[in-house]
Write a protein that binds this ligand. Sequence first.
Ligand SMILES: *[C@@H]1O[C@H](CO)[C@@H](O)[C@H](O)[C@H]1NC(C)=O
Ligand SMILES: *[C@@H]1O[C@H](CO)[C@@H](O)[C@H](O)[C@H]1NC(C)=O
Length: 150
Amino acid sequence: MGENLSFTFAVLLFTMLITSEAHHTRVTVKNEIRGENITAHCYSSEDDLGVRLLPSGKDFTWRFRVNFVHSTKFYCDFKTKHGSGNYGVYTRKVHARCNKNCVWLIRETGLCLVQTNHSGHLWCQDWKIRPKSAVSTRREYQTNAKMSLV
Ligand SMILES: *[C@@H]1O[C@H](CO)[C@@H](O)[C@H](O)[C@H]1NC(C)=O
Ligand SMILES: *[C@@H]1O[C@H](CO)[C@@H](O)[C@H](O)[C@H]1NC(C)=O
């Protein structure tokens, strides 16, 4: 009888462990830019993961529990030679695309989310801020276009 009870208790404990594990959400940020170190500063309203240097090809993952009202959000400030910007890496909108395992690939053009809830199709965003050289090239181009109109 006592043995049965402790068996039941063990099963219960195991189930609780599995369930709590299942409630964790993971976000991974991977640097896919060749030969370049980038920095990522990720944070939520409760946690600040600090500024991290991500060598080419490396990633980092963090795990967290989404709060009861599901308002947990994580943002990252990315800095690369190709562009930079602040992006919501875990929001309700992102959650709908990747559920509890959200992987972001940092590329020369911007960043892409692996949409695990949509057969892994990538959802990409351009860099919000382009490096100065690219901006001035565009401005020069516009100036030239204007001049040729005159
Ligand atoms: C990246 O950072 C490491 C130090 O963490 C350094 O040894 C390496 O030269 C850097 N690579 C580039 C391409 O800047
Ligand atoms: C995403 O996929 C998981 C696993 O298939 C599913 O449990 C979840 O409800 C899906 N979420 C959304 C928002 O579609």
